[in-house]
Design a protein around this ligand. Structure first.
Ligand code: PLP
Length: 229
């Protein structure tokens, strides 16, 4: 996108490309609070952050002023840091292990909250990308299905992934299609109790979200497309 555009112009242009029902997560990591406020004033409400320290600093500054601002955590999350974000986080998109899930659940209950989560799935070719493999995912879903009372602090809203970082668009689109297929498979097998809220597919970043939309993304996570570089 043209780098001379304002944040407001970028958001307006992006929103015109999003089908009804698809939500934009403005990835604000490394962005200043002023940039976030500009996006907020352009109507943006959901922001994605990938570092706990940075998120807490921004929440402390902006939270009291902008009460309807929503935060999604999208990066690697250490279990011992969950307690810092559990009081206010709206969604944790990057749940990659049972240990992490249990800690989110524990901290949510402690805070008398129920936290929306996505299970991050490893589909890309690259080993560097995180996420649960198919077996781990199904095992985790089985555990959640068996012990709903134990896991009352979390609500499984869907799946998240990062596609391979490649210019091969066919491959990237196949990877997005695989996540959409996985979700149908999970629903078909009755692996989630609350099928009605298991409806989010978080996939697509600035470079590839046009492909993710074709495959049914409901959340797109855009950083540079919203804020420039
Ligand atoms: C940084 C980041 C994004 C946004 O990347 P852009 O290429 O700037 O759109 C999306 N998802 C995750 C998990 C990220 O870490």
């Amino acid at each position: 996108m043209n780098s001379s555009l304002s944040i407001e112009e970028r958001i307006t242009a992006i929103k015109q490309t999003l089908p009804e029902g698809v939500r934009l997560v403005a990835v604000s990591k490394f962005q200043s609070s002023e940039a976030i406020v500009q996006a907020y004033e352009a109507g943006q409400r959901v922001f994605g952050e990938s570092r706990v320290q940075e998120l807490i600093a921004k929440y402390d500054e902006l939270g009291p002023l902008y009460l309807d601002l929503c935060w999604h955590f999208i990066g690697p999350l250490q279990s011992n840091k969950v307690k810092y974000i559990a009081p206010f986080i709206n969604m944790i998109e990057s749940v990659t292990s049972e240990k992490l899930l249990q800690e989110i659940n524990r901290q949510a209950i402690k805070n008398q909250r129920c936290i929306d989560i996505l299970l991050e799935v490893h589909i890309a070719q690259e080993e560097t990308k995180g996420g649960l493999n198919r077996e781990e995912l199904f095992e985790l879903l089985r555990e959640l299905r068996l012990f709903p009372d134990k896991y009352r602090g979390v609500r499984i809203r869907g799946l998240m992934m990062m596609a391979s970082n490649t210019s091969n668009e066919e491959q990237v689109e196949r990877e997005f299609a695989a996540l959409a297929h996985l979700m149908q498979d999970i629903k078909g097998r009755g692996l989630v109790c609350d099928v009605d809220v298991f409806d989010e597919l978080s996939m697509g970043m600035s470079n590839d979200y046009h492909l993710a939309l074709k495959q049914g993304a409901t959340l797109v996570r855009l950083g540079s497309a919203v804020f420039g570089v």
